[in-house]
Each structure stands twice: as C-alpha cells, then as structure tokens.
Design a protein around this ligand. Structure first.
Ligand SMILES: Cc1ncc(COP(=O)(O)O)c(C=O)c1O
Length: 458
C-alpha cells in the first residue's frame, strides 16, 4: 500500500468524453411534460430556452459524448482535480477505514459547478447566443456561469435567492467582477416577481422562485436570451461525470476500489458526477459499490419526498418531470446549505433511487457543521456547508467501520469550499445553529398542488 496522499493525473488524462447514465440505466426515463398542456415537450418548446446541442444531449441515449476541445482547454485551468487520501481525518477518527475525497473545490470559483457551466456557455456561444439568464441559490452556480460567460463573451443575468443575496454579498461581488448582473429574487423585473412582492414585500425567495424569474426573462426575450440550469437536468449530470471518470483512474493509482461512494445532493449533479461512472461499473462490470446520496433533514426530497410528476419551478413555467419532490410550493427553512434547498431531485437520480440502485440519507445541520470542523481541523480545508453533508456521512461510515472492525474504502466528493460561507461558520461557532426537520405534514399538504397528469405511465 503506497503512502501517497494526493493522487494526481496529468492534463492528458483529462477525460475526452462525458458519460451518459441513460445508456445503461435499468430504469427507463419518464417523459418530460409541457407545463401548460401536460403533453410531452417538443424540441420547439425547449429551443426557446436552450440551444439545440444541449437539447440533443438532454435526450441522448449515447453512452459517451465527446467533450469539445475548447471546453477541455478551459477544464485544464483546474482539471484533473486531485483525489486525496484523508489520512489525517482517518487518524483523528482512529478508524481502519480508508477515506478518499475528490477535491472539486480547486476550481477557480470553488466548486464543481464550472464542469457544466463551461460547456453550457460553449454550446450557447456556438449557437450565437449573446445573453443568458440563470438563478443561483448559494451563489456557487451563478459564479460558475458568470466565469464561463465571461470566457465566451456572453452577457449574464443572475437571479439570486434574496436570503443568499443578503447573507453573501461577496458572492454577488464575485459574479459582478466577471461582468454578470445580479438581482435579489423575487425582483420587480418579472411579472411573477412583482406578483409575489405585491403579496409579501418581505418574501425571502427560494430556488424555485428564482428559476421562475430566470425562465420568464428568457422565454419573454424573443429568442435573444437563453436560460441555463446548474443541476437536475440530464445534460448537467452528464457534464459532471468528469468527476467520477477521473476518480476511477485515481482509485486505480491508489490501488483500491471504493466500497462506498458518497455525495451531497441538492439537484443531484455533483453526486451523479462522482457516482454514475461507479454505477456503470456496478451495472456492467460486476462491482458492488454502495452509492449514497446525502441531503439535509430540512430539505429531504429523496428520503421524505414523493416520487411524482411535478413542476421544476414555483410559478409552473418550467417543464413537468417525474422526480422525488417536496412539492413546487416548497419554501425552505433558512438553513445554511443554500445549494441544497431545491424542492425536487434530478429525474435520473430519482428513478435510480426509487428502483434501489442508490441509497439516500438525511443529516441534520448541527452534526453537519461538527463534521465540517473535524475535516477542517484534520485536512485543513474549510468545506462548503453543502459538501459537509457528504463529510458527515463519510465520517459516520468510517465510525461504523471502526465499530465493526472493518477496513472499508470510502470515497466522497468534496463539491466545494466554504470561503464565502463565513456567516454560517460564525453562527455555528457562536452556538447559534439549530437542527430542523421538514414536517411530513407539509409534504402531504404540498402534494395537493401537484399537476394532474393523465395518460403517462406512473
Ligand atoms: C458546493 C455545492 N455543493 C453541492 C451543491 C448542490 O448541487 P448539486 O446537487 O447539483 O450538486 C451546490 C449547489 O449550489 C453547491 O454549491
């Protein structure tokens, strides 16, 4: 066994193709429905929002899709990312488990989100798009797309959930330095935003609302502005597969293979990014790695949500997809993992979870920050609160292995750093954070607002 701590790949080892789980998924994908007619959407409808190349990727069943050279060139600014053996954390926990993490926090903006922002901006540029819109919760996604749009000379409007806009001014300024315009959502720039503010001027916003505003602006722009989503959709999850493809090679360098792969889940993209290439090995190569998606108890869309057709946004303008959902009317509690506060979950991930190919668990906020600090104290990296959910689960796996006297190989995705989350850490250090479990009665209530979908196989 080598004593190596960081397993690094050469630039030439950067994957040349993305992996598309839909080629191998044993559960057939469900149709995507028009929010108005509730009939399967046509490329015409989607082309208002997305360039054709992205739409083709969204519905593709090809196993591998080539990564364009200009995208690989930009990936080289931070990829391949390191795989790190968390030896000091292992020591702290006094566990026989081997803990590895894939460090996606080394990207210029501090998270995995550029893995899809860069190709999305590239395909828009190729299609002649001059301006784009998007939403952002915690700000990691908005910053990533701001960087990518800046590289490709595309204007960007970011609708940022108001509570994050106020809590994280430096994230906003970061986006502005790339040239993006950032608005606190709900805004008075959209019909939907104005209607919400008229009812409640103090509305703190949600990801579902910000998506509605970004979609409304793009859809009403007469084709001038395209919309971009940072998670949930098939093409986004596929772009993130570079994480897992690299990790497969790096685990090989380490001479080990993970018994369990762990990632936090908001819309599902960083988890799918690391887990789907390992799921392929399970499905096609006889491996038996457990794949564990970790969510907050405050937003438990997999563990408490219902697997049903629902709108992707609050104003019901985005397509209807079958997913694990807390209901599109969901208003999140003010927990600090802003990137994990979406009401739904990626359809491919929801289907695989429903069919038992993926495990899920929900962890509370305070224990998550405890795990974050153990990680900071031992490995030196201050994780994003989102990523700390994966750390919590990895530590619990390592402690379980210790209790059972097992040598378990654990791999988790460090999806980002927490350098812009100081307010959350400050509150944690001051003892001001509390646990919150989303009430099951609220889920049941929200289910009354699900779209009635007929004639589609359940
Ligand atoms: C650092 C980080 N990790 C995870 C997430 C959750 O998103 P996803 O499930 O799409 O990876 C976010 C979302 O903003 C994030 O910023």
């Amino acid at each position: 066994m080598s004593e190596t701590t960081r397993f690094t790949l050469h630039e030439n080892d950067l994957p040349k193709q993305w992996y598309n789980i839909l080629a191998d998924s044993p559960v057939p994908p469900q149709p995507v429905l028009h929010p108005g007619t509730k009939e399967p959407v046509t490329p015409d409808f989607l082309s208002v929002l997305f360039p054709m190349e992205i739409i083709q990727q969204e519905v593709s069943r090809e196993r591998f899709i080539d990564i364009p050279d200009p995208v690989r060139e930009i990936y080289k600014l931070y990829r391949p990312t390191p795989l790190v053996r968390a030896r000091r954390l292992e020591k702290l926990l006094d566990t026989p488990a081997h803990i590895y993490f894939k460090n996606e926090s080394v990207s210029p903006v501090g998270s995995h989100k550029p893995n899809t922002a860069i190709p999305q901006a590239f395909y828009n540029k190729a299609a002649g798009t001059k301006a784009m819109t998007t939403e952002t919760g915690a700000g990691q996604w908005g910053t990533s797309l701001a960087m990518a749009c800046n590289f490709f000379g595309i204007d960007l409007e970011v609708y940022m959930v108001k509570v994050s806009y106020e809590q994280k001014p430096y994230r906003r300024i970061f986006m502005e330095t790339y040239g993006a315009q950032v608005f606190a959502s709900p805004t008075d720039r959209t019909e939907y935003g104005r209607s919400l503010l008229a009812r409640d001027p103090g509305n703190n916003g949600s990801l579902g609302i910000a998506i509605s505003e970004a979609v409304e602006v793009a859809a009403g722009s007469g084709g001038v502005k395209k919309y971009s989503l940072g998670s949930v959709l098939n093409h986004v999850l596929m772009h993130q597969s570079v994480i897992g493809e690299e990790a497969l090679k790096q685990m090989d360098l380490a001479g080990e293979y993970p018994d369990v792969v762990i990632g936090c889940v908001g819309g599902g993209s960083n988890f799918a990014g690391i887990a789907y290439p390992f799921l392929r090995q399970n499905l096609l190569d006889g491996q038996r790695t457990r794949l564990v998606a970790v969510e907050p108890t405050a937003t438990p869309s997999l563990t408490q949500g219902v697997y049903a057709f629902d709108y992707g946004d609050t104003a019901r303008m985005a397509p209807i997809v079958k997913m694990h959902t807390l209901g599109h009317t969901f208003m999140p509690a003010g927990i600090h993992a802003g990137g994990l506060r979406y009401h739904g979950m990626a359809p491919s991930l929801s289907a695989l979870y429903d069919a038992g190919y993926i495990e899920a668990l929900a962890v509370p906020q305070v224990g998550t920050f405890e795990a974050a600090l153990q990680f900071t104290h031992s490995e030196g990296i201050l994780p994003a609160p989102e990523s700390a959910h994966a750390i919590r689960a990895a530590i619990d796996e390592a402690l379980d292995a210790k209790a059972k006297g097992e040598k378990r190989v654990i791999l988790f995705n460090l999806s980002g750093h927490g350098h812009f989350d100081m307010q959350a850490y400050q509150q944690y250090l001051a003892g001001g954070l509390v646990d919150y479990a989303y009430p099951s009665a609220a889920v049941a209530e929200a289910m009354k607002d699900l779209p009635q979908v007929e004639g589609v196989p359940a």
